[in-house]
Ligand binder design. Sequence first.
Ligand code: 13P
Ligand code: SF4
Length: 352
Amino acid sequence: AASDPDLVARARAAKEKLGDRVFILGHHYQRDEVIEFADVTGDSFKLARDAAARPEAEYIVFCGVHFMAESADILTSERQQVVLPDLAAGCSMADMATAEQVAECWDVLTDAGVADVTVPVSYMNSSADIKAFTGKHGGTICTSSNAKRALEWAFEQGQKVLFLPDQHLGRNTAVLEMGFSLEDCVLYNPHKPNGGLTAEQLRDAKMILWRGHCSVHGRFNLDSVNEVRERIPGVNVLVHPECRHEVVTAADQVGSTEYIIKALDAAEPGSKWAIGTELNLVRRLAKAHPDKEVVFLDRTVCFCSTMNRIDLPHLVWALESLAEGRVPNVITVDAETEKYAKAALDRMLALP
Ligand code: 13P
Ligand code: SF4
């Protein structure tokens, strides 16, 4: 649907009034009406870096979810303020690993005698607390585009990896890109005593996967792939690594949002694509490539509801507040958490 012209005009006016003092970041999964006002678009990693590269902007308006705004706050300077237009824009995956649960898990690994040889690797999609835990224990952050490099680095530092919080990205990277077997991976369930694992299982495992997942990507299944292949003969199935292992295994290609965007740019006219990632991005890709057939992998899967909380009314409210001298919904990470989280993020930035 077309955006309300009054809101569009108000967003434009407030943005113009703020000029270089504001920098608007838009994640690839955001609504079109929001992306229209983004100064840059990207995945969470690129956006955090883009924010850090804009020291002249007093305000970073982050159109994305809470963990992304936290990462931007960690990587930007002290005087810059990061604004999240709707504080309810969280991430169900990030919420699946709390600081208390992860501390308890580390105690379980310690009791099993494996903590000393375990390196934590945490996906960007995690809270600042989890990033700080990772930094404190000598680990690194990764994104969906550098997970393999992060795991290679981690296995040079220790014998096992505790991968948080997305089991699918951890398993898919270890098994499909690094030659581990499914038996090398165990699933740590934070809702069970000792994670539901015996000390022997922990000692035998190479990858200890946290039992978290993305509520959007986790909904694609093997039927989604089989049905689209039947419906569109010759279709290329391209999915995000947050999808289940069986989906990624059945797909033709797997990659991060940035990878998916590049793959479609490079695709032949007339080629057919079924994409397994967030719907806002897939719809924009279909519009941007009218010479190709681009469909959503499974028509029963929906938008990311928390990404979608950032809409034009929230953006207008945030921009107008800033233009009037009020700074709403500031995301700040405390100094102690920031120190260790930054250590983990810096380790990622230094990966070869
Ligand atoms: P990327 O943009 O890093 O591929 O992440 C996907 C995602 O789920 C973000 O919430
Ligand atoms: Fe979180 Fe998944 Fe939404 Fe990304 S798409 S913000 S991982 S719930």
